[in-house]
Every structure is written in structure tokens, then in C-alpha cells.
Design a protein around this ligand. Structure first.
Ligand code: ATP
Ligand code: MG
Length: 564
């Protein structure tokens, strides 16, 4: 996928083509109605963002509507916390549903439809256990074995099904199954289970129901009730489409078109809800919004913007084959958006003291700094300059390698918005580490330009020691170690990266004191950061959202590689 895709908000899409064909033929009367149907059993992640963008995006494009529907048919794993977080995340991403529904709203209607199928001899109560149902399904080459209960009379089935609903039978003792075709090459058509018994409190229906419809019996009919025209889902449901169609046809109800598209997979990101839940439950991350997680709440807390994520979803497009997208592409999209909007400030993550010997002690000057070179309306701000500064430790080398142009003994560099300074000497501690760098400055270079046209090869950032404030900065790396694949019998958490979070105390310019949570900044030359909700007025906390593209790191790497 080319990065240039971001320039075209409307990449080609086979789904759009299908909708256009339906509109041309008048199949749904020119209407487009989609839905985003999460199960409220976890927080949304970046994969869901793709589905949200597709469903809401296509509805908008065709002047149609998009519902939010909670597919809440499994009470044991679902809950209100998830419902609320999902609504918050969809809205944060920039979408508003036309109507809000719950599959559980349809339980009575679904029950009546099940009764109708029983009456037509198309469904039966089966006394096999879940294991027996599974073990009698057959193999790809052999048909399944019919259930001993397959030919129960309609009366008996109606009676048993009513008693299942009434709570007479324990969990797992019976199911309602469709009578379709035990020899179908498609396993989903081999008398699929429609209802199971679960004596479990449901977050919306309480204990009103103890039988719950399976996904396949609930999903298509819910779509149908809502007048969905195009039911978009991921590719693993392609094999379920015949069943989706079978229920709509046999119930004689409005029949939406199911269309499958590729699931988003990202390098170095865990998008399985079950695994995300494990990480949260075992306390291996700080919660669903841990900034290292690919959840939307985690990404939001980390400083990813809704627009950046939407642009990413536009860039990856949709297809009919599953693939894997480079995480870099997501970072590119986020960086691209932050570049347009984030205010620039100066912050030093790994401070090294610089003393400008010929600068008057006790003097402070206000330098004029540009807030956002991409946006003139963001204006400028004053930044205090004084005799003692901090620079990044990495911006000084006592013994500079080739092509290293930053500060080193005898070398002149530009301080951003400040002056040209030249390193004259260093102070070391007992271990021989440089702890202080002494420089002289040229007063004629105020603002960063020399009147005699003298050139320097490097511009570095700084903060004034007397004015800077301390901030906790949280630096994130991959949550899982790249390339580490847990073995078959190993728990997936063995691949966790023990160094995925590093906290440092940075020196930051005072303009960021009191930054509101989620406020994004570019720490010049360092990366994009956003204020965390753990910030207090005295002690700001920042999350590193994404690094800048570090050209020096690349130069150094290629330099080292060239060395024998
Ligand atoms: P599970 O069903 O195991 O709980 P799920 O990932 O399918 O997990 P749902 O809540 O059922 O989660 O998903 C809601 C919608 O989001 C579905 O239409 C699903 O296909 C879509 N979706 C989920 N994960 C992805 C993904 N990685 N890429 C694209 N769409 C996804
Ligand atoms: Mg699902």
C-alpha cells in the first residue's frame, strides 16, 4: 500500500462497486443502510476502526444511514462498561450513528421466528451435548451423523423449546438446531445450532431469558429488522453467508446482502480481543487504555488522533484477501496529522548542562519561537534564554564520529531561536563522563542567524535551566518483541517486551505547564507527545505518541553497516 494513498480519500473499493451496481438495478430502491455491529465483550481496537470507517463512510458517501448495533447475544462475556466504551470510541473517531440498537431488543422476535421454523419442520430441539454436536458434524469428506432427535414431531419440539425458554433445563442439556443438510460441504449448513441454554444474567435483559440465539441466528435477522441493505463483515464470515441467506429466505423476511472484506492485521500488534482481555485481566498492562495497546482508547491516550486513524483506514483500503499491514503506515498517518496541528515546543529528554561562559549571569532574554511552521495562525511564543541551559546528551559528542555535526569541542552550532555557540571545554565526573559543557556565544547571531553569513551544520534544541520545568515522559516501545513467536504450547505473553515502557524526567519549557490531557505537542527534534491524564499542575506527564523520522539514526546505522 503506497503512502500516497492518503492524498486520495476515495480509494477504489469493490464494496462501492457492488453498492453502485445495486443502486443501478434498483435492488434496494437506491437505499443504502449499513451498521457497525460490535459485541460488547471488550474495547474497540484499530481493526474495528477499519470496519467503522467502511460502514459509516459508505453510508455517508451514498447519502444513506449507519446504525450502531450491539451484538449482545452472549451474556457471559458482555457488559455495560464495554457498551459505554464502544459508544465513546465511535464518537471520538468522528462518527455518529443514525440509530442505536441492541440485538437483545430482538430476542422476542427471534424467538417467534424460531417457533415459525419449528412449525415448518425446519428446526428441532436436540438433546446432544455441545461436544456430541461437534463430534457428529462429520469431516470435510464425510457427512455428519443426523441427531437422534432430528425427526421429533413439531408438537414435541414446540413443547421442548417453550420449556427451554421457561428455564426447565440446565445449561448445555439441549439446543435448538436448524434442519438443513448434514451432508452439506459447508459445515455451517450441517444443522447449525440456533439457540443454547445459558442461565446467566444479561446486562440488558437481566434474567428474562435463559436461552440465547447463536450469532448466525441473530445477526442476519437483526440486519433484516433494521432494513440493512449491505451487511459488511470480515472474510471469516464468507462461509456463513449461505446460512445468513437461508434464514432470511426461509423466514421470508427482508434480505440484506452480506459482503465480506479483509480483516486488518498489523505487524507487531495484538488485535485479538481475547488476548487483549488477558493482558488487562492479568495486569500486564495498566488497563484497556494502556497507551501500548492497539485499542482506540489506548491510542487516544497515547496521542493518536482520530483524523490520523481515519486517514490510515483510507490508505489501507479494502480487499478480498487477508494481508498484514506495516505498523509504520499507521505511524506515518498519525505523524502526518500531528505535523499539521501539534504545537512545537522545546523539551530535553536526557539533559546535559551547558554553561555559556561569556553570557551575563543572571540575565534572561525572551526569544521568539514559532508555534507551528505548518500553520501561521498558531503564532509565536516567548522562550526564556539564559546562561545555563540543557541540551540533549545525544547532541554532544566529545569525540564526534564522521558526519556527526552537532556540538563537540571546538565546533559551532546554532541553538534553535537562540544564538550560535561554540564548545570550549567540558567538565567530567570521576567516572570520566561529561557532566557539563562550556561554550561561548556570539551575540551577533541572536535569533539564529549570523550577520557575516557564517554557516553552521547543525541546529539543536535547548531549554533554560532556570526556567524549565520537570515532566515525567513515558517512552513506549513495542508491547511484544518483534520477531518473537511463542511456541505452540507457550502462553502468548512470553513474547511481551520487558522494555516496552521507560519513564524519564525531562526538562521542558514552561509553556506546557498545565497542558490539558490529550493536548499534543511536537517536542522539536524529538517526537510527538501528548499530555496524559495522570498530569498534575506541578508535574506534567507526557506520553510519547510517535517518534520523528530520525535521519541521524539512519545515517549512523548505514555508516556502521559500511564499516567492515
Ligand atoms: P469477537 O467476535 O471474537 O468478539 P471481533 O473482533 O469479531 O471479535 P466484533 O465486536 O464482533 O469483534 O466486531 C465488530 C465488527 O468489527 C465486526 O463486523 C467485525 O468483522 C469488525 N472487525 C473486528 N475486527 C476487525 C479487524 N481486525 N479488521 C476489520 N474489521 C474488524
Ligand atoms: Mg465478532
Amino acid at each position: 500500500m503506497s503512502i500516497d494513498g492518503v492524498e486520495s480519500p476515495r480509494p477504489p473499493s469493490f464494496i462501492r462497486d457492488l453498492i453502485e451496481a445495486d443502486n443501478a438495478s434498483g435492488r434496494f430502491g437506491g437505499k443504502v443502510q449499513t451498521r457497525f455491529p460490535p459485541e460488547p465483550n471488550g474495547y474497540l481496537h484499530i481493526g474495528h476502526a477499519k470496519s467503522i470507517c467502511i460502514n459509516f463512510g459508505l453510508a455517508k458517501e451514498f447519502g444513506g444511514k449507519c446504525n450502531l448495533r450491539f451484538d449482545d447475544t452472549n451474556p457471559t462475556k458482555e457488559g455495560v462498561e464495554y457498551v459505554n466504551s464502544i459508544m465513546e470510541d465511535v464518537r471520538w473517531l468522528g462518527f455518529e450513528w443514525d440509530a442505536l440498537f441492541y440485538a437483545s431488543d430482538y430476542f422476542e422476535q427471534l424467538y417467534q421466528w424460531a417457533v415459525a421454523l419449528i412449525k415448518e419442520g425446519k428446526a428441532y430441539v436436540c438433546d446432544l451435548s455441545p461436544e456430541q454436536v461437534r463430534s457428529t458434524r462429520g469431516t470435510p469428506t464425510e457427512p455428519g451423523q443426523p441427531s437422534p432427535d432430528r425427526d421429533r414431531s413439531v408438537e414435541e419440539n414446540l413443547d421442548l423449546f417453550a420449556r427451554m425458554r421457561a428455564g426447565e433445563f440446565p445449561d448445555g442439556s439441549r439446543t435448538l438446531r436448524s434442519k438443513i443438510d448434514m451432508a452439506s460441504p459447508n459445515f455451517n449448513m450441517r444443522d447449525p445450532v440456533m439457540y443454547r441454554i445459558l442461565h446467566s444474567e444479561h446486562h440488558r435483559t437481566g434474567d428474562a431469558w435463559c436461552i440465547f440465539p447463536m450469532y448466525d441466528f441473530a445477526h442476519g435477522q437483526s440486519d433484516s429488522i433494521e432494513g440493512i441493505t449491505h451487511s459488511l463483515c470480515t472474510l471469516e464470515f464468507e462461509d456463513h453467508r449461505p446460512l445468513y441467506d437461508w434464514y432470511c429466505d426461509n423466514l421470508g423476511i427482508h434480505h440484506p446482502q452480506q459482503i465480506e472484506f479483509d480483516r486488518l492485521n498489523l505487524t507487531n500488534a495484538q488485535l485479538s480481543k481475547r488476548k487483549l482481555l488477558t493482558l488487562v485481566q492479568r495486569g500486564l498492562v495498566s488497563g484497556w487504555d494502556d497507551p501500548r495497546l492497539p485499542t482506540l482508547s489506548g491510542m487516544r491516550r497515547r496521542g493518536y488522533t482520530a483524523e490520523g486513524i481515519r486517514n490510515f483506514c483510507g490508505m489501507i483500503g479494502v480487499s478480498k484477501t487477508n494481508g498484514i499491514i506495516e505498523y509504520n503506515l499507521l505511524e506515518h498517518a498519525v505523524r502526518d496529522d500531528l505535523n499539521k496541528h501539534a504545537l512545537r515546543v522545546m523539551a530535553v529528554l536526557d539533559p546535559l548542562k551547558v554553561v555559556i561562559d561569556n553570557y551575563p549571569a543572571g540575565q534572561t532574554e525572551q526569544m521568539e519561537a514559532v508555534n507551528n511552521p505548518e500553520d501561521a495562525s498558531a503564532g509565536t511564543r516567548p522562550v526564556a534564554f539564559s546562561q545555563v541551559l540543557y541540551i540533549e546528551r545525544d547532541d554532544f559528542r566529545e569525540d564526534p564520529p564522521k558526519q556527526y555535526y552537532r556540538l563537540s569541542p571546538g565546533r559551532e552550532v546554532r541553538l534553535r531561536y537562540g544564538y550560535f555557540i561554540t564548545c570550549t571545554s567540558v567538565v567530567k565526573n570521576e567516572q570520566g563522563e561529561v557532566i557539563e559543557v562550556h561554550c561561548t556565544y556570539d551575540p551577533a547571531t541572536r535569533g539564529g542567524n549570523s550577520p557575516d553569513g557564517r554557516k553552521v551544520k547543525s541546529t539543536i534544541h535547548w531549554v533554560s535551566a532556570a526556567h524549565a520545568i520537570d515532566a515525567e515522559v513515558r517512552l513506549y516501545d513495542h508491547l511484544f518483541q518483534p520477531g518473537v513467536e511463542p511456541k505452540e504450547d507457550e502462553d502468548f505473553t512470553v513474547a511481551l517486551n520487558p522494555a516496552s515502557l521507560t519513564r524519564v524526567t525531562a526538562k521542558v519549557e514552561p509553556s506546557v505547564a498545565g497542558a490539558a490531557p490529550l493536548a499534543s505537542y511536537q517536542f522539536e527534534r524529538v517526537g510527538y507527545f501528548c499530555a496524559d491524564r495522570d498530569s498534575t499542575p506541578d508535574k506534567p506527564v507526557f506520553n510519547r505518541t510517535v517518534q520523528l523520522k530520525d535521519t541521524w539514526a539512519k545515517t549512523e546505522k548505514s555508516h556502521q553497516q559500511k564499516k567492515p
